[in-house]
Design a protein around this ligand. Structure first.
Ligand SMILES: O=C(O)COP(=O)(O)O
Ligand SMILES: [Mg+2]
Length: 227
């Protein structure tokens, strides 16, 4: 049985309308109540994940901004990595490209981010990638937002660092995710599971693909791997 659990949020604990699965929450609480560490790992912000961590009842071990930020416990040091200024320069280049065409971009919670820039999927992520080719910026389309993040950062890279702070290794974890931004975490975990809605990239990185989608699939995985 794995020693710990790390999970993506959007599309893995929620459905495609971002509605949280109560069944997945119940399963996570069962882990917490049996002293199994649970890490919430998302492209979203620290404050978003902290609120969810508090209301689910995990212990504040989090990975935010697709691995740009990680923290062990609510009172641990918030480790924010990479050069966000570069991502903001890249974002301005995108604005300059799309605005003349009448295509407006919508930033997501920029004032609460330390490492990346996230914006609405109102423009084509492939076009954004081509536009930024040659710049030291990763373009990540999670299915819920487009992220510009510094090179080398990922949920998997952050998991390796956070696990060390927790006295664990990534191989000690069961990992659950649904999208391309989870692949690095799925590949480094001891066991990788994905719900039925997972993207092709996430499915390719999984050891086990659940029959059920979204949070129901993750609840299914927790019952299976943490009986
Ligand atoms: O913030 C996003 O883009 C998606 O969030 P997730 O990593 O929890 O799926
Ligand atoms: Mg997701």
């Amino acid at each position: 049985m794995p020693k710990a659990f790390v999970t993506d949020i959007d599309g893995t604990l929620t459905d495609d309308r971002r509605r949280l699965s109560m069944h997945a929450v119940e399963e996570i609480r069962r882990l917490v109540d049996t002293d199994i560490p649970v890490v919430l790992a998302s492209g979203n912000t620290v404050c978003f994940i902290d609120a969810l961590s508090k209301m689910i009842g995990t212990d504040g071990d989090i990975i935010a901004e697709n691995g740009g930020v990680y923290r062990h416990g609510y009172t641990g040091t918030r480790h924010a990595e990479g050069d966000r200024e570069l991502c903001l320069v890249a974002y301005q280049k995108i604005i300059d490209h799309f605005q003349p065409k009448g295509e407006e971009l919508r930033l997501y919670s920029s004032e609460y981010r330390y490492s990346d820039v996230a914006f609405a999927r109102d423009v084509d992520a492939g076009e954004v990638s081509r536009l930024l080719a040659g710049m030291p910026v990763q373009v990540v389309d999670t299915g819920f937002a487009i992220h510009l993040q510094p090179p080398g950062l990922s949920k998997g890279a952050a998991l390796a660092k956070l696990a060390k702070l927790m006295g664990l290794t990534p191989a000690d974890f069961l990992a659950a995710g649904d999208s391309v931004n989870d692949v690095s975490m799925l590949k480094s975990a001891g066991i990788a599971v994905v719900p039925a809605n997972a993207s092709p990239e996430a499915r390719a990185a999984a050891d086990d693909i659940m029959d059920k989608p979204f949070g129901e699939g993750t609840a299914e995985a927790l019952a299976r791997y943490f009986p």
